[in-house]
Structures are given as structure tokens and as C-alpha cells.
Write a protein that binds this ligand. Structure first.
Ligand code: RNT
Ligand code: ZN
Length: 418
């Protein structure tokens, strides 16, 4: 079957494939820089362990070790992924002049000038994240630490990051989503749960007192249920983060990472729940296996359902900020990055190829029989043809045509990184 025939199959159920292809090409999806180097960044000793409950496993050769290597790798991924992209940076990816170094509380916009240049040359917007982990000033707490000096350091880091986000938004002419996540928590049963949360709340208040235009900088608070090493208590729990965002709606938005909930909870269902109360929300799309393992995103049921909710809740107009968050060091990192990004694009395209109004009418009209049958039958429509056409129009390889390119790059470039 070719594209024309596939398009007609969709037209028969009331879906305009052309329109879907056009719409998808406009949706910004933030590509996370940290899949390329196992969340190491450039500002700390790469031999020290990651902290804050984040772990990468695997030692596939070819990790990017410098800004140049990471940029070179990102370029590979950009060339293999269709759609509109933003680059998602972490503070730990600051770029210093030779011999220069600044601690996280002293970061300045100029330390991200290299990334601005990179983004400008590729027409990308940028999102940003303060890095509250993998640093000696984690005691191990950061914003919720009882130690005044520790808190001061990390609050100053958060404020510095607001200034960097402002700079990114201004330079690139697009809003910058700035996500606040800390791994603050305890391995075992704490004696005080309230104190850390109160300190965390006050610390975020202080960070957000740094001036910014809420149309340009979108601070988020990301919740989490637990992490490795912080199994018993997490300061930024679900209720904490959601309520923080709700009460501070004029200055920040909630961020849901689908690896951060109990295994039977689903973010797809939470999207419309939150959109009843928030004009804007943010997402980290990932794949948890038993815990927040950050496996590469698949075209699985939940990724598809998340994207269906984004589309039918009108999230493509900008109310849902889409970002990726996974890191696998056990396979070729470029392939991992690419297949996950392409899967999110596929899930969004599938959602756009759904006759949403018709199905909703079945639900509202009480025709659950038609709803069941039609939803099931739509699963075997010739989606692959529409996807291939989308890839062609976006000037990127179709399925089956890109892995070889990654293998060549591995042979020619990655294998030289000893
Ligand atoms: C960790 C959070 C957080 C990080 C990134 C690197 O559990 O998901 O978003 O993965 O900031
Ligand atoms: Zn996340």
C-alpha cells in the first residue's frame, strides 16, 4: 500500500491525514541533552557517582565527554528525527572557557552562550533545568536541607538558573520551560516529614522571587514518588508539587514524569485531570520498568494514551509542554535517543489520526458498542504509510533506513572515544 491509498483509508473514517501531518510538524518536543552522556554534564568529576536517585546502567562505548562531542551527537539525532524540536539543557552542561570554572550558585548566562549559538544555528528553542544532584553540596539534601548554608547554595543556584532561562528565552525568541526537580529524600523512615517540606516550599518561593516574565520563562515543579537510595521519603512528593503549582499558578506550572508514580497510576489519566485546573502543564515522557528506570520510550500503550490525551485535550496548542526524559547507557546512545524521540512522534501522529470527535460522540451518546469496536479496528489502519510520508516530508529517514547511519557513526566517531 502507498501513501495515497493509506490516506483514503483514513479519509473513510473521517480523518484528514494531510492535516495530521501538517499539525505534527508544528509541535515542539524537547530533546533532552542528557541521553548523550549518561546525565554527567561538564561541571563535575565524571568518575564520581550520580546522586539524587538517578542512575544510568550500562557502559556502552561512545559516551560524549565534551560539549563538542555532545553537540556532534545531538546533530546526528536531529538529522534522524522528524518534527519540531527544542533542546532541553541542564545547568550541569555549562560550557566554560579553558581554565575557567564556576560553581552552580555562580552560573551566568554566558556559560550557555555556546548552547545559544548551537540552537540559533539550528532554529531550536531551549528548555532548562537547574541541577540539584550529583554535586558535593548535596548534603545529601538540597533545597530542603536543615543546613542553612546548603540551602543558600541551592537557592542561589535556582535563581541563577532563572536568569539563564530568561537569557535562553530572549536569545532564542521562544518560551523556556525551567524545571525544578530535586532528589531530596531519605532512604529510611524519617522522624520529621513536615520540616523538609516546609523548607522545600520556602526555598522554591525564594527561587521564584527572582524576576522573570511568566510568558517567557515557565518554571515547573516535578514531583516524584521515590528514588534509589531515597526509598522511604521524597520531599517533592505528588501532593506537595501539585499543590505548590496550584497555589502559585501565576508563576509556575506542574510537571508530571510518567516514571514518578506508583506502577498502576497512569499519567495519561492525570493529564485531563490537571487541565481542569491549570491552563498549562508540562510532561517528561519516559518508560519506567518497575521503578523510575528511565528506559528508552517505546511505542507502547501508555505512550500512545499519553499522546492521545495531549491531542484530544487541545495540548498541541501549547498548553502541554512535551519533553523527553530517558537515559540508557547499555546500547548505542544515538540509537536510544532517536528511537525514543521517533516513538513520541509516532504516538502523536497516531493520536492525530484518530477521529476524536466521532469517538467522543459515541461516548456522549451512550454507544459504547461502537466506541469499543471502532477503537479496536482503528489499530490496524495503515499507519506506517502515513508515518513514512511524514518522515519523507520532514527530510529524515524512514524506518529501516537510519540504523545503518548510526552504525557508521559509531564506527567512524564513537568508537574513537576511549
Ligand atoms: C529524575 C527526574 C528528572 C531527571 C532529569 C535529568 O527522576 O525525572 O527530571 O531525570 O532532570
Ligand atoms: Zn523527569
Amino acid at each position: 500500500m502507498n501513501y495515497q491509498a493509506a490516506k483514503e483509508r483514513y479519509a473513510a473514517i473521517g480523518v484528514d491525514a494531510e492535516q495530521a501531518i501538517r499539525a505534527l510538524g508544528e509541535v515542539p518536543v524537547a530533546l533532552h541533552c542528557w541521553q548523550g552522556d549518561d546525565v554527567r554534564g561538564f561541571d563535575t568529576d565524571p568518575t564520581k557517582p550520580l546522586t539524587g536517585g538517578i542512575q544510568t546502567t550500562g557502559s556502552y562505548p561512545g559516551r560524549a565527554r565534551t560539549p563538542e562531542e555532545l553537540m556532534e551527537d545531538i546533530d546526528q539525532v536531529l538529522a534522524l528525527c522528524p518534527g519540531k524540536k527544542k533542546l532541553n539543557l541542564h545547568a550541569s552542561y555549562a560550557i566554560f572557557e579553558p581554565g575557567e570554572w564556576a560553581d552552580r550558585d555562580k552560573l551566568e548566562p554566558k556559560h550557555f552562550a555556546g548552547w545559544v549559538e548551537f540552537c540559533k544555528a539550528r532554529g531550536l528553542g531551549a528548555d532548562f533545568n537547574p541541577t540539584f544532584f550529583s554535586h558535593e553540596k548535596c548534603d545529601p539534601l538540597t533545597l530542603s536541607s536543615p543546613n542553612q548554608e546548603t540551602r543558600r547554595f541551592w537557592i542561589d543556584h535556582g535563581k541563577a538558573c532563572i536568569r539563564v532561562s530568561r537569557y535562553l528565552a530572549q536569545e532564542l525568541g521562544q518560551e523556556c520551560v525551567m524545571n525544578i526537580w530535586t532528589g531530596d529524600g531519605f532512604k529510611d523512615i524519617p522522624a520529621d516529614r513536615l520540616g523538609p517540606r516546609q523548607r522545600y516550599k520556602e526555598a522554591i518561593d525564594e527561587i521564584l522571587s527572582e524576576p522573570y516574565d511568566f510568558n517567557q520563562v515557565k518554571p515547573c515543579v516535578e514531583s516524584k514518588v521515590f528514588g534509589i537510595g531515597v526509598e522511604a521519603f521524597t520531599a517533592g512528593s505528588g501532593e506537595f508539587s501539585l499543590l505548590y503549582a496550584a497555589i502559585n499558578k501565576d508563576k509556575c506550572i506542574p510537571l508530571m514524569d510518567n516514571g514518578h508514580y506508583h506502577p498502576t497510576e497512569v499519567v495519561s489519566d492525570k493529564i485531563p485531570a490537571l487541565l481542569c485546573f491549570f491552563p498549562e502543564i508540562a510532561l517528561h515522557i519516559t518508560r519506567p520498568i518497575r521503578w523510575d528506570s528511565d528506559h528508552v520510550v517505546l511505542l507502547d500503550d501508555e505512550t500512545r494514551e499519553i499522546c492521545r490525551e495531549i491531542v484530544r485535550c487541545g495540548g498541541l496548542s501549547g498548553s502541554v509542554k512535551i519533553a523527553l526524559d530517558y537515559f540508557d547507557a547499555s546500547v548505542n546512545r544515538i540509537a536510544a535517543w532517536t528511537v525514543g524521540f521517533r516513538n513520541v512522534e509516532k504516538a502523536l501522529l497516531l493520536a492525530l489520526l484518530t477521529p476524536a470527535e466521532k469517538l467522543k460522540a459515541h461516548q456522549d451518546g451512550g454507544d459504547f458498542t461502537a466506541l469499543l469496536v471502532e477503537q479496536e479496528e482503528q489499530k490496524t489502519l495503515p499507519f506506517g504509510e502515513i508515518w513514512a510520508e511524514y518522515c519523507r516530508r520532514q527530510g529524515v529517514p524512514e524506518d529501516g533506513q537510519w540504523l545503518e547511519k548510526v552504525k557508521d557513526y559509531e564506527k567512524n566517531v564513537l568508537s574513537g572515544r576511549k
